[in-house]
Design a protein around this ligand. Structure first.
Ligand code: EPZ
Length: 417
């Protein structure tokens, strides 16, 4: 398995181009199942999860190819209605196949996704919504077998939690349902708005995306589209924090600053100089940083996907800070690994108490999940001496050309087979 070697202590300087959003590209790729027409998606990042999804689309019968950052899906013939375990277990987002196939075929068998490192991550909210829309659901041999012989019916669906995936799955199902669907307590993430933009380009009638109530008027047919994926706000946050932790000066290109306001505000509160010019952000260390507490929340609150990276930063800042995780039940797997660098962290339930230390010493560490991996890379960039980061296949799921981008910024970082 590949690993990353970092010789830390370098101040990062220069420019980095932010890639397209993984978490926006994935639901948009699944949306192509809603039409037999050709679709063209640009600014798609080159990531393991994108490849998994393209393989999945081809398996189901939607011919799809990716050339550099452009994905085109062709005319689909007969679509299969089964999502097998070995595909779903590799990538939990595969559950987004449910909405489109239920809408188009009136049936779908999807393997239960199984848990993952950051928690059980059930899909009860998704399934309750499909039931309300008229789907019959049974659980058999690890598969969820769903059917809606009379088609799906629009209705009011109130989410008990503003789940991103559930909101996306309901959007993907309701656009071809009979009548009107209102998603109440919908997720408001930018990725939801991007998906709604695509569906409306296809001929859907969606209003309110990005707010708590999304209204969808079902239509009979959807057509192909061309769309450029929004910038990855989590990657943007990661590189701004890289400037802070290495006392560097980084210019980030191709960003959408509006999607990451809370991080910009928190970094400015900590003392980093952050300036915005259109889709460019400059993040420059100008003075010793101050500790800043965070509590992760649904959008537009502090993103759970930046919690680990923020913890790595706070662990190197003089003073005490508090980090609360409210979205996932087990998203502190990076704490043990950060302690191996010398971080002073105390877990108490859903809270970590951080006491900053002056220096980290390089260490061999293991990545448990995608964003924890980013935190370990940031810690390695700060640490004195050599760090070895193992199981970086997690990183390859969500960060395009990570070591190349950091090398260009002056980091001493290498991937070895
Ligand atoms: C999306 O996951 C993202 N993934 C995650 O990013 C992100 O952390 C998460 O949203 C929260 O922002 C993609 O977009 C592909 P949720 P998702 O449904 O949709 C519970 C990354 O690093 N829940 O909003 O799975 C769930 O267990 C990944 O890119 C239920 O209980 O997130 C979790 O505790 C990691 N029942 C919470 O809600 C359900 O039916 C948030 O889940 C659904 C969710």
């Amino acid at each position: 398995m590949d690993k990353i070697i970092i010789n830390g202590g370098k101040k990062l300087k220069g420019t980095v181009k932010i890639s397209g959003s993984k978490n926006s590209a994935l639901p948009i790729l699944f949306a192509t199942l809603l039409t037999d027409d050709k679709c063209k998606i640009t600014n798609v990042p080159t990531l393991a999860d994108i490849k998994t999804t393209i393989d999945f689309l081809n398996f189901i019968g939607k011919p799809s190819t990716k050339k550099t950052n452009v994905v085109t899906t062709g005319i689909s013939s007969k679509l299969a209605s089964v999502a097998p375990y070995d595909l779903v277990r590799k990538m939990r987002a595969s559950v987004l196949v449910m909405g489109p196939l239920l809408a188009r075929l009136g049936k779908v068998d999807v393997s239960l996704p199984g848990g993952c490192a950051i928690g059980a991550r059930p899909i009860d909210i998704h399934l309750d919504a499909f039931k309300q829309m008229g789907a019959n659901i049974e659980l058999k041999e690890g598969y969820i077998k769903m059917s809606a012989p009379k088609g799906l019916k629009g209705c009011d669906i109130e989410l008990r939690f503003a789940s991103v995936g559930a909101t996306e799955n309901i959007l993907l199902a309701s656009v071809l349902a009979k009548g009107t669907t209102r998603i109440i307590n919908a997720a408001k993430e930018p990725e939801i708005e991007d998906l709604a933009d695509v569906l409306n380009k296809m001929g859907a009638k969606i209003t309110g995306a990005g707010t708590k109530i999304i209204t969808v008027e079902g239509v009979d047919k959807l057509k192909g589209f061309t769309h450029s994926v929004i910038p990855d706000r989590i990657e943007t946050a990661t590189y701004m924090i890289a400037a802070a932790i290495t006392k560097g000066d980084i210019t980030l290109l191709n960003t959408n600053p509006n999607h990451i306001k809370v991080i910009i505000d928190k970094l400015i509160e900590a003392g980093l100089s952050v300036k915005v010019f259109g889709d460019t952000i400059t993040a420059k260390w100008v003075k010793e940083l101050k500790p800043v507490n965070i509590k992760t929340e649904i959008y537009p609150g502090f993103p759970t996907d930046v919690q680990a990276q923020w913890m790595a930063l706070m662990a190197t800042v003089n003073g005490n800070s508090i980090i609360e995780e409210t979205v996932f039940e087990n998203r502190f797997l990076h704490v043990g690994e950060l302690q191996r660098f010398g971080a002073n962290l105390q877990i108490e339930g859903k809270t970590v108490y951080v006491t900053g230390v002056k220096k980290f010493s390089g260490a061999p560490v293991m990545v448990s999940d995608l964003r924890a991996g980013a935190a370990l890379v940031l810690a390695g960039l700060f640490a004195e001496g050599q760090s070895k980061i193992l199981r970086i296949y997690h990183l390859d799921r969500g960060y395009e050309r990570l070591e190349k981008k950091f090398t260009k910024l002056g980091a001493n970082i290498k991937r070895i087979k």
